[in-house]
Ligand binder design. Structure first.
Ligand SMILES: Nc1ncnc2c1ncn2[C@@H]1O[C@H](COP(=O)(O)OP(=O)(O)OP(=O)(O)O)[C@@H](O)[C@H]1O
Ligand SMILES: [Mg+2]
Length: 490
């Protein structure tokens, strides 16, 4: 649970990314630093060697000038001067090794054959000139290399060798060496610092990150607690909305919206069931009463027939309710197998008008169907008939005797609009928004009598399944108009 929690994962990723970034950073800092330190040391060694080379050259020039003056004693002077030269060189080597910039620097001078002719005291005996370096010196090239003395504790030396050129040819090689202990110490120091700093930083940010994640996710934990308490009986509960304006707030808002929808649909379902029970109870009570009365004593055949006939009316009523309910439930679960096919609207409505004429004639109501151009649609014919049947049934049912009903068709891109108006009692404004609700029956219906309050709900569902809609307008005492919008092509 803890290991799979978002908090743990975020913290772990956070630490991992930071660790890797810091590691890359540290390695590059270390390499850069070590490169710089070696570069500085090499520069020092080089400048020191160049100093010696310069001094030796100056000495030689002075010697040449003396020899030129004394001409004849050249060879003796040369020999003497060689010795003199070696002595001076040894002395230089001693003196110049003592340098504040590179302490413990070792200076050695080799001849063309690689023989050590002078060495400062600090130069280890084992430090000679490697063949490669000698060869490159003879080709007038200088060279850097590392020398590792024997012994475990001995520090490696950084060595620089450069040739001394006399009369255009390499005569000696100056070699300057310095222990790299300062470089090592500085690098060790840096390494230690990085080794402490890196894990410590990762640890601190890990702890801080974990706390931050906890803080951020606290509202989610609260939410989970609330959600756990929600049951079908407890749909009124809402999760606490955090004060922030972030994704968590969005989540809480969305969740509360969903709860509100769930609550309302749950109560709608409950009300629906109550309404159904209520609706079925009335005809069943009547049926029961009729049967009970019939069974009180022996009846004649005519009496039984009467009872059965009036029972049949109630059974019809029940079966009509159940039929309507079935349609609505199927709409809800989108299970209706529509058979969409080309339908000619004018003919279809004419058929419905004919069907309803028995009713309208009996109330002496005129149905005026204004002639129109044919309007072809794609629709399920039998369901579409039901839409107009239910609306026309209302119009005829609620309009008093000798009233008038009119039907008009027109195309209003992208819809075909069918207007059905009556001059009946109209609908009170407070009722109008509810007339499409299931089991809703307005005040006018009680006057007109029987009805389940399902006709318009079914008509609306069918229109919507055809990607259309129904609008109702009404003026109290003047009449009601229904406009059915159906897409011309879909
Ligand atoms: N043309 C109309 N004139 C006046 N009131 C109407 C008209 N059409 C609908 N109503 C009102 O809208 C309510 C809902 O209509 P709906 O057709 O859904 O139910 P119903 O006619 O009462 O019952 P059912 O159609 O299931 O037999 C009616 O009860 C009535 O109050
Ligand atoms: Mg109706």
């Amino acid at each position: 649970m803890v290991l799979s929690s978002i908090r743990f994962k975020i913290t772990l990723w956070y630490m991992l990314i930071l660790g890797v970034t810091l590691l890359i950073f540290s390695v590059s800092v270390y390499q850069n630093f070590s490169g710089n330190l070696y570069g500085d040391l090499d520069d020092l060694l080089q400048s020191k060697a160049e100093g010696i080379v310069r001094s030796i050259n100056t000495y030689w020039q002075a010697q040449e000038m003396d020899a030129a003056k004394e001409g004849s004693r050249a060879s003796a002077a040369e020999k003497k001067d060689r010795e003199n030269f070696l002595r001076i060189v040894r002395q230089w080597a001693q003196e110049r090794s003592d340098d504040a910039k590179i302490p413990a620097a070792a200076i050695q001078i080799f001849d063309r054959d690689g023989r050590k002719i002078a060495a400062s005291a600090s130069a280890p005996d084992a430090l000679n000139i490697p063949l490669d370096t000698l060869n490159s010196a003879l080709e007038e090239e200088d060279d850097f290399y590392d020398f590792r003395p024997e012994g475990k504790k001995a520090l490696p030396l950084r060595v620089y060798a450069t040739p001394i050129i006399e009369d255009g040819k390499v005569s000696y090689i100056v070699q300057v060496a310095s222990p790299v202990n300062q470089v090592y110490a500085a690098l060790d120091n840096l390494k230690m610092n990085l080794l402490i700093f890196l894990p410590l930083t990762v640890l601190i940010t890990g702890v801080a990150g974990s706390l931050l994640a906890k803080l951020t996710l606290n509202p989610v934990t609260d939410m989970v607690k609330t959600i756990r308490q929600i049951t079908a009986e407890n749909l009124k509960l809402r999760v606490k909305i955090p004060g922030s304006r972030d994704e968590i707030k969005k989540l809480a808002d969305t969740f509360n919206d969903m709860l509100a929808k769930l609550e309302s649909s749950f109560y709608a379902q409950r009300k629906f069931i109550q309404d159904i029970s209520h609706e079925l109870k009335t005809p069943l009570t009547i049926l029961k009463g009729e049967f009970e009365v019939a069974l009180q004593r022996i009846r004649s055949a005519d009496e039984y027939e009467d009872t059965l006939l009036s029972s049949l009316e109630e059974v019809d009523r029940i079966s009509k309710i159940v039929d309507n309910l079935l349609i609505l439930v199927r709409f809800d679960s989108q299970e209706i197998p529509f058979k969409f096919q080309p339908v000619e609207l004018k003919q279809l409505i004419q058929g419905v008008v004919n069907d309803i004429s028995v009713l309208s004639n009996s109330k002496n109501i005129m149905i005026d169907f204004t002639d129109s151009d044919p309007l072809p649609l794609t629709a399920d014919e039998s369901y579409l008939r039901r839409v107009f049947l239910n609306i026309l049934d209302n119009a005829v049912k609620y309009t008093p005797e000798s009233g008038a009903v009119s039907i008009a068709l027109r195309a209003q891109e992208p819809y075909a609009v069918i207007r059905i108006s009556d001059n009946g009692p109209g609908i009170v404004p407070e009722e109008l928004p509810h007339i499409f609700e299931r089991f809703y029956r307005g005040g006018s219906s009680s006057r007109a009598g029987s009805g389940f309050g399902l006709g318009l709900a079914i008509a609306k569902s069918i229109a919507e399944a055809h990607k259309g809609r129904i609008e109702a307008q009404s003026r109290l005492g003047q009449g009601t108009t229904f406009n059915v919008f159906l897409p011309l092509f879909f």
